[in-house]
Design a protein around this ligand. Sequence first.
Ligand SMILES: C[S@@+](CC[C@H](N)C(=O)[O-])C[C@H]1O[C@@H](n2cnc3c(N)ncnc32)[C@H](O)[C@@H]1O
Length: 444
Amino acid sequence: MSTPSRGRLRRLAADVLAAVWAGMHSNRALGEHLELHGELSPADRGFVTHVVYGVLRHRLRLDAHIDAAARKPGGLGPRLRDLLRIGTFELLELGHPPHAAISEAKAATRAVVGGGPMAAAVGGILATVAKQAAHRDAELDELPLLDRLERRYSIPRWWAGRWVRTLSPDRAIARAQAIARPPPVEVCVAPHADLETIATTLAERRTHARVVRIEGVPRGLALSAAGDVFYAPEATAGDLWVQSGPSQRVGHVLDPQPGESVLDLCAGRGTKTQQIAALLGGRGRIVAADVDPRRLDDLRDRLAAGRIRRPDGGLEVIVHDATEPVPEPWREAFDAVLVDAPCTGLGEAARHPEVRYRRRFEDLAACQARQRSILTEAAATVRPGGRLVYAVCSTEAEEGPDVLAAFIRDRGDFEVTHTETLQPEDGWSAGFFVARLERRIDAA
Ligand SMILES: C[S@@+](CC[C@H](N)C(=O)[O-])C[C@H]1O[C@@H](n2cnc3c(N)ncnc32)[C@H](O)[C@@H]1O
């Protein structure tokens, strides 16, 4: 295995970042770029991944350091800025010695934009960043809360403004710090498998990984490093799958019972479908629907590979736009209906850090309109006495409590029996809102 030439890993990280700024999801951009570099060692791949996510999580703070150190910050092109962000992340968060971070950044700059003057400028800016780092962070820590959230914790201003209005300063900072930390990889262990045995096996097989139970999630394990868990024999056999703790909570709030019929209306790639199927224990029926046929292809692949346990009443996979009225065979047909609604995804800012820069205030209203229409149509599929669970990976009021309140105003035949809001600062790896409603038994 050859050692990558100097600057190459930083250049690769900069390429991934450019793809993310152009609109690609970070995990996809990383996956595609790393696939092109099969010669890289696992450690090098890990480094590139860590740096890309680090820059995404700390972008506004890194820019605050760079802008203070550069003579003409406005003149830095996007490629140079990304190389500077990478170098600054190494200095601030990885504790790399300045001479090493600077020499790698200069080598990457020569490879990306060519020429000595640019590389010298990058070296000069990073040397200043290194010199002023502690002082600059202390300055950012002294800013008023709104500016501190933005510039020290990389929470875009419109979002930070909402936190300032609705959270105590301590909670706002705790949330910002929580979503700046890389979340663990979380898995769900199927009810038929022995949780303790699997936890022990995972810990033994990958000695570097810490394996801990997730509080509030009976079948959840958190791993400090993913390793090859997706390809582990237990995953292939359907004994475990990657699913975050908050996502698992949704399945538990739905609480599917063996023998029940369940509609998973926004099933996507089928992570929660897999959990529902496992909780049914092989008895019952599932219809998994989504508007996106490509996502459903992933679900079908999992089903075909035996990762999802098919219940005895069958598992149908259907392309359906849930904002449209449901077709006849589905009306009042289900014991339990899950609406895992499309949303801003802001609750996933730790795992998908770029979401915070993509979303705008106006998105909340657009998402809410779609969520309300999906929930209204979903209601028609619930039998009297059945239950409806509404979930979003966002803790913005517009996408959770407000959608629920509007629904309840319109639908006197449903009552809310449970709600919960999971927040990153309370130890969850993502922010979620989940509500369970029950349709009155005497509903016409
Ligand atoms: C939060 S994701 C679902 C994740 C999935 N339940 C899981 O656990 O893997 C939301 C899903 O809603 C789907 N969606 C968006 N608009 C929709 C619509 N009008 N009708 C049905 N599904 C829709 C998206 O394709 C996406 O898969």
